[in-house]
Ligand binder design. Sequence first.
Ligand SMILES: Cc1ncc(COP(=O)(O)O)c(C=O)c1O
Length: 410
Amino acid sequence: MPAKHSVFEKVGKKFSNQRISARVRSMAVSAIKEMSLLAMEIPGTVSLAWGLPSFETPLAIRQRIAEELLTNPDIGKYAPPPGLPALKAKIAERLAREKGLPADPQTEIMITAGGMQALMMSFMTILDPGDEVLLTSPGFSSHYEQITLASGEPVGVPLLEEEGWKLDLDAFRGAVTPKTRAIVIVNPANPTGTVFKEEELRELARLALERDLYLITDDPYEVYMYGGQKKFYLRSIPEVRDRVISCSSFSKEFAMTGWRVGWVWAEEGVINQMLKVQDSFVICAPTISQVASLIALQGSYQPTLDMVEEMRQRRELICGRLDSLPELFSYQKPEGAYYIFPRVLPPGLQNSVDLCVRLMREAKVVAVPGSAFGPTGEGHIRMSYCMSREQIGEAFDRIEGWWRKEKRVS
Ligand SMILES: Cc1ncc(COP(=O)(O)O)c(C=O)c1O
């Protein structure tokens, strides 16, 4: 029984149900990957589906890792399961210097195979079957699937769309039950691009303290903020420091999505429990990629600053193109990350899976159905603007052509 929003199910992919765990049967492949994989089967599609930036890993990183490959005798060997000590030390040094957040690299940081594995380990470590985790709705579709895989129950708490997708703190309070174990917060958010404010986060921290909850932060987009805001870290609140499990990643900050390196930062007792999970899943993050990540932290930061500036331009481009389709979409302008989550206006097009399948087949444009991002995601689609400007332009030329035809027939 694949999950209700499964696009693979909709297009008739085969799913065995016999001798498959109920846990896995109740999941879907994240719709982001479903759409991207389906699009690969259709020649000539333009994809706004996956948050896979167009940038190459900076040349300096690739050149240095090429040298390391030839000269470092340990590059092809397992790393210590918690991660290369030099990389952990560099991460901690940066946290203290740039964010004023002291961490003990030895006991509080573990290197993972991407932020995704850091998140999965967090859920595996803290959840018992049936435990509930509060997520924003809309929120990152993979969190919903990961919590299900860890035998937990994802509970989507609606954001306030008309107020720029703000947190609804009363709704969060109302959603806590005796089974709630954690709140997950992505800041800047995926898929809405919201940057949550200090007051909102302090209120969540109070709730976590009152109700004895973990706060899981997932911050792969923290460098992609466009309004000059200063990011607020839940971990900077001393009373909740030991309840925060922070998941971070090299993927988006350094254009290193394929290297698969992230890290988790939590108090020592949690990290020691997590190490059991790490050892069972992957033993260690790939050594070569950990070395590449260390090189990234030692090198120039200019390539990242250039990517952020380019993304700012792409945000303006996609908003401008959406503005020229006022009968089809309305949207809240994102303040960070590189996604936009427009509402679909024509009543006949609001089933987001149907719309995305039609756009893919008829306009050859790939977007992600909003229903994958939580109970209130329906009626929206997610578009990423991390693709080149040419791709964004081409996708919108096609959507405009498709919409002109659609209006004629309907
Ligand atoms: C909110 C969020 N968390 C985690 C990830 C996973 O990133 P990583 O490449 O570090 O596994 C993504 C990737 O798109 C994301 O959007």
